[in-house]
Design a protein around this ligand. Structure first.
Ligand code: ADA
Length: 563
């Protein structure tokens, strides 16, 4: 299951989740015909969950047999393969994709009836080919870590629908765009009809935007629509149908909400009302499933996050599994979603692959998650080289790219460069990662007042400000009356001092605790990744979601009204 609602009534969609044959691949060119599939792995899943591959970093082949009753075109939808995928049908390459955290598809035209073999080679190795997946303060697992679906298609299909709510003169409107892909040249004339809020509408054809895709669009009034908000997250099904000669040939259902996000007078507004983010940073990680969290665990995370009193979550440091975003849509949890990058130095940003790999993940993140009302901020490049002129050019280019794809959401990036930051003028919101009480002994209140001054002096004047990371390590179960570093008590003290400062300051538009749950990190030799227990232990809950002392501290601050 790729989403939490039915996405098609007409198009035939089959889940390929379940058991797949698995083979390890050694060095050199893989010979698909000679692999020895000696294991069975579950998809979605990470191979590190199998007792033979607990720390395996390399390549693995997944194989699934499929059989078709009739000749048809097939689209395989992969919601995530970690981190590089090569997809083959009957030994012929169909697609290649980089990055664990965004979806991609592989299309085979006119596949004959009978039995076929789908093979996916997943690769989680580090090296110069991979600019974003590097040894880091989280873990790059291996395998098909998100759901897979197989769709049967005709010569035309709806690739995506983009819904942009507009609040104008006290009424709701929406711009709706449809993107139709043509698998062949020529073909019959068609129309795209839309059903939303009980209205049937038709989109006008615009010129083709690239070979094989036509964009269609229309802007319509929805006077009767109810707004999506944290308190009342009203969602609507947006049904689209592709019609040829009065017959429906394809369809796609999206789920949308009417809401607008603005940044005015130094604050952030949802539907015109000032909001303050009370949130956590969350990694997709769990000891029993790696990064492939099943829906039950995602729902548990959402339950614990709201039980703590949070109203928001930051998807540090990559686009999330769409089912988690669906949960946030349903529950009115606000989301800061960001592209994939953590702590890259200038020389790492100068890797020749950095540019295209970022450009691709930016486009995929925005296009794939465009319709989620819960996403209210797009962000890029956590703690990268935004303090250098060369880095600034890259931040500028990426922020412009995202703004070009979606002008309806504010943009930000989390910076740890303090008064050396060079890019605050490029974003809509200024965000600081500062760790008072952990990496330094400053007073959190004084430090965030200083941060406001730094922002004002370097292009961020008048922009809302978020404390995007703060916290400290607390090893689960390590309690001691001395309250020394690493105890749950000290962690709770640090969280208390930070929250007490930020919740009482009117100039702060949000705070995201580092972090929701402890997470596995890459094993390494530099200081960062020699962390005790090979994990980042700043979670408010541990890797198994057991609450630490700080949990009650968060509840104390987040459950009460902001002063
Ligand atoms: C950084 C970074 C996080 C994490 C954190 C820490 O701010 O953005 O990913 O590494 O520090 O725990 O030190």
């Amino acid at each position: 299951m790729t989403r939490l609602f039915q996405t098609n009534e007409h198009r035939e969609v089959h889940s390929l989740d379940g058991s797949w044959d698995f083979a390890i691949i050694g060095e050199g060119e893989p010979n698909l015909g000679r692999l020895s599939y000696s294991n069975t792995l579950i998809v979605p899943g990470c191979w590190e969950m199998h007792p033979d591959f607990l720390t395996y970093r390399g390549r693995g082949a997944y194989r699934k047999r499929i059989s078709l009753k009739k000749k048809t075109s097939l689209r395989f939808v992969f919601k995530g393969v970690s981190h590089t995928a090569h997809v083959y049908l009957d030994g012929q390459i169909l697609a290649e994709h980089y990055n664990a955290y965004t979806a991609f598809d592989a299309i085979a035209i006119d596949v004959e009836p009978g039995d076929h073999e789908l093979t996916v080679i997943a690769d989680n190795r580090f090296g110069p080919d991979s600019a974003l997946h590097i040894p880091n303060d989280y873990y790059t697992y291996g395998g098909i870590n998100r759901p897979v679906a197989m769709e049967q298609l005709d010569e035309l299909y709806i690739e995506r629908i983009a819904f942009t709510p507009i609040w104008e003169n006290g009424k709701w409107k929406a711009r709706i765009q449809g993107f139709v892909r043509h698998l062949r040249e020529g073909g019959h004339p068609y129309r795209l009809q839309i059903e939303l809020c009980g209205r049937k509408l038709q989109l006008d054809i615009c010129s083709p935007i690239e070979a094989g895709i036509t964009r269609m669009e229309g802007t319509f009034d929805f006077n009767e629509a109810e707004a999506w908000s944290q308190e009342s997250p009203v969602l609507y099904e947006l049904k689209s149908q592709l019609v040829v000669d009065d017959a429906v040939v394809d369809d796609l259902i999206e789920r949308v909400g009417f809401r607008v996000v603005t940044t005015e007078k130094g604050k952030i507004q949802l539907n015109g009302k000032d909001i303050v983010f009370k949130g956590v940073n969350r990694h997709e990680d769990h000891p029993m499933v790696g990064s492939a969290l099943p829906l039950q665990l995602m729902a548990l995370d959402a339950d614990l996050i709201t039980n703590m009193g949070c109203n928001s979550v930051r998807t540090s440091h990559y686009p999330n599994d769409e089912r988690f975003l669906d949960l946030c849509d349903e529950r009115g949890i606000l989301v800061w979603e960001e592209n994939h990058a953590r702590g890259l130095s200038l020389s790492q940003m100068q890797n020749p692959n950095f540019h295209w790999q970022c450009k691709q993940v930016n486009r995929e993140m925005v296009e794939q998650h465009y319709n989620h009302p819960s996403i209210v901020i797009w962000a890029i490049l956590n703690e990268c080289a935004s303090n250098t002129p060369e880095g600034r050019e890259m931040y500028k280019e990426q922020l412009e790219q995202i703004r070009g794809l979606d002008a309806s959401r504010p943009l930000t990036f989390a910076s740890h460069h303090r008064d050396k930051e060079l890019c605050f003028d490029l974003a809509d919101i200024v965000s600081f990662n500062l760790y008072p009480g952990w990496y330094g002994d400053e007073d959190p209140g004084e430090l965030c007042d200083l941060a406001r001054d730094w922002a004002d002096a370097s292009g961020g004047s008048g922009k809302p400000m978020i404390m995007s990371e703060f916290g400290g390590d607390g090893y689960y179960g390590h309690r001691d009356a001395s309250r020394v570093r690493g105890t749950e008590e000290r962690q709770s003290d640090i969280i208390e001092a930070n929250l007490s400062a930020y919740t009482s300051r009117g100039h702060i538009s949000g705070m995201f605790i580092w972090q929701y749950c402890d997470c596995r990190v890459t094993e390494g030799t530099d200081w960062l990744i020699t962390r005790a227990g090979t994990q980042n232990s700043k979670g408010i809950v541990d890797r198994y979601r057991r609450p630490k002392l700080a949990y009650a501290t968060v509840q104390k601050y987040f459950n009460r009204e902001m002063e």
